[in-house]
Write a protein that binds this ligand. Sequence first.
Ligand code: NAD
Length: 497
Amino acid sequence: MSTPTRADWEQRARSLAVEGRAFIDGKYWAAVSGATFDCLSPIDGRLLGKVASCDAADADLAVAVARQTFESGVWSRLAPVKRKAVLIRFAELLEAHREELALLETLDMGKPISDALRIDIPAAARAIRWNGEAIDKIYDEVAATAHDELGLVTREPVGVVAAIVPWNFPLLMACWKLGPALASGNSVILKPSEKSPLTAIRVAALALEAGVPAGVLNVLPGYGHTVGKALALHMDVDCLVFTGSTRTAKQLMVYAGESNMKRVWLEAGGKSPNIVFADAPDLAAAAEAAAGAIAFNQGEVCTAGSRLLVERSIKDEFLPLVLEALKRWKPGHPLDPETNVGALVDSQQLNTVLGYIEAGRAEGARLLTGGKRILEETGGTYVEPTLFDGVGNAMKIAREEIFGPVLSVIAFDTVEEAIRIANDTTYGLAAALWTRDLSKAHRTARALRAGSVWVNQYDGGDMTAPFGGFKQSGNGRDKSLHAFDKYTELKATWIKL
Ligand code: NAD
């Protein structure tokens, strides 16, 4: 089978059926209010479809359905081996529909089709399959009791889970939640971002086709914070899992406190340091990785390596390599299979990123490349990969998450100084370091306050490794068996024999 060309993708885009309704109890429904919002493509501003603008009434309906389904036991009490089989079928359906899903993702949020096809959709399917495969291999515990007692420590599904997800990896972030939530028997209400609702809406039907019973997975799109807030304040949602900005994450903790003290698990923002020591084993490889760490997915990555800390003695040698590597990251039409940098998600994000570039200039950082909006004639929202040298860690571009392809270079002289600068942030999602000295690598990795640390690479990991943040990057972890902690309650049953 030949790989689709840009013309093929454009042809398919023209005939693509876009479903924009909410999915509740196994069926697509308009919002109770009948309201919709326009779903626009950042590629060229075209209208992709009208999407249901759900609000508190839809949240009430979906929560009631999810509760009733949970209590019925149709999924929550199904044998793990049977839930496993259904989730594996669900993963297979995601794979079978990968071209359709990749196209929806690209049209909706502007990422390159090659990334959607090779990274997002396969990784989403893997998240579902991995958790499905895990669920019949997790055992409960028997406590160390006196001879005449039996202490059982068991895990139970937490109940009704609301999952609020962002727009940068729409389906993948959803599946990091759906995998363990569904595998452990919960009923779920998924709330996709208003900027990228389409794949979440589509896969609800695939889950049903795979055998996830009606009412177990519900999807509520909505405009702005309305429906997300309604779910977060709902008295009958047991658990709220979230990926998105730190600002929203903090608000969700407030909502939980104001309502039923639902469990709140947060994956939030980052401002990750990428430290290149003078004894890095391969400066060319470090430069390639530094460029990819800021340009991949247009820099709209929570773990973007947005602060490049470079040991001063190699800076003059290293920066030209980074600039050279950045030239290979070129914004282009997202449906062109050769494109590796797409459009920013919308004009609001475009203005945010351009505003930060302006702030960098105003604070005296030296712009070495990029800095401009390009391809404006297409109607799309494209920004050149941008590199600032001479950045101080107190500057706005070094402190705040930009969520665009803007890299700040900060020089340092000693290991201690590098660690101090790296940790001088409110975030703690990820960090990387490059050195050939094994002890320095371990010592530095231990000192870095981040949920993921990469050595001599950027962005390593797999479903087998927990992912999440220290400090204001969040709490709890996605991926790995640790993720099940979020979706289960522990019960101690104590029996007198
Ligand atoms: P956002 O916080 O604006 O929105 C995230 C989701 O929350 C969306 O679905 C949105 O509609 C909803 N929302 C917004 N306000 C709400 C409110 N008051 N109540 C309830 N729901 C509300 O974030 P975003 O712009 O969609 O995503 C980008 C952010 O996500 C970045 O900060 C990025 O670092 C973060 N992110 C983190 C991870 C991670 O795993 N740590 C992964 C990807 C993205």
